[in-house]
Design a protein around this ligand. Structure first.
Ligand SMILES: Nc1ncnc2c1ncn2[C@@H]1O[C@H](COP(=O)(O)OP(=O)(O)O)[C@@H](O)[C@H]1O
Ligand SMILES: [Mg+2]
Length: 233
């Protein structure tokens, strides 16, 4: 065993005749911050969908905390999603009519935790992120606040790995940097592995490693070259 929290070996994924991932290798250590870059359409979201166990139609092997994903039972997969993985999506995927707390608590409730422990975890992480706990529907919050709610929701089950797919896609570099300030601080305190698709050079300079997705594989990125493409404005 390598001690990796996440390990992908020979991962391939095609959509019809489109070969998106091909022989991809990745190992992430506990607590590591991995930045992923790559032009638009190279398969970054496809990769995060596989790492997050949303997409099981891939070739090759994926291990999360030493457990093989493909050979897992539905109950095993559910427990990996609950105990190992957290997600922050590009467009947040929050429920607009619920409050920040109600949104943040959802993964804890879905994972079957008792109401009080779920609530305490959500309040704790919201506190750390400076998210107000009141009765305002999430739809009424500012974009920055909604983003922090999305981060709180991603961390409520204390995941070993937080997957973030362009969590700052519609923000400028300054605001992306502010978001990653928070994420990085939480990572240092809680010790989760952060695997994030990012654009700004300031953010990438915080990462322990930056990998570029190209021609279906990940390779160490040239740190001096500005990242290309993506959906930055
Ligand atoms: N479910 C799908 N069905 C068909 N094609 C897809 C699907 N998901 C992604 N693709 C295609 O795979 C390629 C990679 O997409 P994506 O992973 O979203 O790239 P990125 O996140 O790097 O911009 C694109 O050409 C996209 O159109
Ligand atoms: Mg994408």
């Amino acid at each position: 065993m390598s001690g990796a929290i996440l390990k992908a070996e020979g991962v391939g994924r095609s959509f019809g005749s489109l070969r998106v991932l091909d022989g991809l290798e990745l190992e992430a250590s506990p607590g590591e911050f991995l930045g992923i870059i790559g032009r638009s359409g190279t398969g970054k979201s496809t990769l995060l969908g596989i790492l997050g166990t949303h997409d099981l139609e891939f070739e090759g092997r994926l291990e999360l905390d030493g457990r093989d994903v493909k050979s897992s039972t539905p109950a095993g997969l559910a427990s990996m999603r609950r105990d190992i993985l957290g997600y922050v999506f590009q467009d947040f995927h929050l429920l607009p009519e619920l409050t920040a707390l109600e949104n943040a608590i959802l993964p804890a409730v879905f994972s079957g935790r008792d109401a009080e422990s779920a609530r305490n975890s959500a309040i704790d992480v919201m506190d750390q992120l400076g998210v107000r706990i009141d009765s305002t529907p999430t739809a009424m919050l500012s974009r920055g606040e909604r983003q922090r709610v999305a981060v709180a929701r991603g961390l409520v089950n204390r995941p070993g790995v937080l997957l973030a797919d362009e969590p700052s896609a519609s923000l400028d570099d300054d605001n992306e940097n502010i978001l990653f300030d928070m994420l990085d601080g939480l990572r240092r305190r809680q010790g989760f592995t952060l695997i994030a698709v990012v654009h700004s050079r300031a953010v990438l300079s915080r990462a322990d490693r930056v990998l570029e997705l190209r021609e279906g594989r990940l390779r160490p990125a040239e740190r001096n070259v500005p990242p290309e493409g993506g959906s930055a404005p």
